[in-house]
Design a protein around this ligand. Structure first.
Ligand code: URA
Length: 427
């Protein structure tokens, strides 16, 4: 077996054999296949695709490159959620303690943000004292006691994906449905959860800009999960405008705590409850009532215990950026469009995100939205507040926002798109 013949097979539009796939993933993980050879193969896959059997074998080989976690000692059923990423997507923060409050165990192994979408760990790290890194025993202990853990995935899970994802990130090969599906699912299957709900986002702020692509990605991931014995379903959800009223790390934690207190923006509450119901059904707890757990304070109680168990102080004040800049409404009317990608890019430019894996993020940076699509707005009133520790970035962020919204004259017909667009499950 050699890398050049594997690359040529895919370059010429052929299907990789099981032996070729197993060999190339193993040899790449061990450093025998060079980065430049794997880049060529990733580009050939991006251009020529992979069949479902190829994707399944590729995923299996990436799982086999590392360890698999085992939650069988827990008495509660395990269920996890994965979002393909969006702007203002803080849903994991209220969702994990909410589902734990309803009786399931939620092992949420998460990542840091790259590009215009935020990372769950970056958000939680804005809470004083909170730490993302846990050993396996500590993780299991918190899952048993509290029922929810949000932490960094250890290096032992799907190391082939870790290496390949970093390579794809710098070679223009992220946007391939077979590579995204196998990357996400290899980590989730190796994590050992019993069931999984995928939030596959579509719209300007998502990886998948079109609903057809989101459907194809969801179907591939649902099939991979179920074939590996993980009960998996997906919701396709709208990411044409930001979720909630904040994009940025501490700003999103604050909004998540509002949701746990029984308040918060309607779209965040609606999606949190929709995903919670899907997760509880997948975990075999269809009669649990997540709306009640939000209203009676039990979800908030689980949040406080989860943060405390990881060294965080749930009572501590959250960091605030040193400087603020108010953007006002230019004309009276109805806000009919607020572009998720533009808001995400502006928040990133203000310091909420990172350009390279090793860059730090600003805890307080980001954007607060004072109006959402469908709201009546008045000229001169606040539209959004920009937050940063580096005020020289205000102009750069405002450039990203130059064409980010439309205001139509009062009385223009306008219908908000639904948050949950479709559900994808095994036939
Ligand atoms: N997230 C992942 O984990 N992998 C991808 O390929 C894309 C998003």
């Amino acid at each position: 077996m050699d890398a050049i013949s594997v690359i040529r097979t895919k370059r010429d539009g052929g299907a990789l054999t099981e032996r070729q796939i197993d060999w190339v993933i193993d040899a790449y993980t061990r450093g025998e296949v060079a980065d430049e050879q794997m880049s060529a193969l990733a580009m050939a896959i991006l251009l020529n695709g992979m069949s479902r059997p190829e994707i399944a074998r590729w995923t299996g080989a990436m799982i086999a490159s590392g360890e698999r976690m085992d939650f069988s000692a827990l008495t509660r059923p395990t269920v996890d959620k994965h979002s393909t990423g969006g702007v203002g997507d803080k849903i994991t923060l209220p969702l994990a303690p909410l589902v734990a409050a309803c009786g399931a165990a939620v092992p949420q192994l998460s990542g840091r943000g790259l590009g215009h979408t935020g990372g769950t760990l970056d958000k939680l790290e804005s809470i004083p004292g909170w730490r993302a890194g846990l050993g396996n025993d500590e993780l299991l202990g918190i899952l048993g006691d509290v029922g929810a853990v949000i932490c960094a995935a250890g290096d032992g899970l799907a190391p082939a994906d870790k290496k390949l994802y970093a390579l794809r990130d710098v070679t223009g090969t992220v946007e391939s449905i077979p590579l995204i599906a196998s990357s996400i699912m290899s980590k989730k299957i190796a994590e050992g959860t019993g069931s999984l709900v995928l939030d596959v986002k579509t719209g300007s702020g998502a990886f998948m800009k079109s609903l057809d692509d989101a459907r194809e990605l969801a179907a591939a991931m649902v099939e991979l999960g179920n074939d590996h014995g993980v009960r998996t379903s997906a919701l396709l959800t709208d990411m044409s405008s930001p979720l909630g009223r904040t994009a940025g790390n501490a700003l999103e934690v604050r909004e998540s705590v509002e949701v746990l207190a029984g308040d918060g923006p309607a779209d965040v509450v609606e999606l949190t409850l929709a995903l919670a119901r899907e997760m509880l059904a997948a975990a075999g707890l269809p009669d649990a009532d997540p709306a009640k757990a939000l209203a009676d304070g039990s979800a908030m109680d689980h949040w406080r215990r989860m943060i405390t168990a990881q060294g965080g102080d749930p009572n501590a004040a959250l960091p605030l950026a040193r400087e603020q800049h108010l953007v006002t409404v230019p004309a009276t009317g109805t806000l009919t469009r607020l572009d998720a990608y533009a808001v995400g890019l502006a928040a990133w430019r203000l310091g909420a995100g990172r350009a390279r894996k090793e860059d730090p993020v600003q805890a307080g940076a980001g954007i607060e939205l004072h109006a959402k699509p469908g709201d009546a707005v008045t000229a001169g009133r606040p539209l959004m507040t920009l937050h940063t520790d580096t005020p020289e970035k205000f102009g750069y962020a405002q450039e990203a926002l130059a064409d980010a919204y439309d205001i139509s004259p009062k009385g223009t017909e306008f219908a908000l798109p639904p948050i949950v667009l479709e559900r994808v499950a095994s036939p």
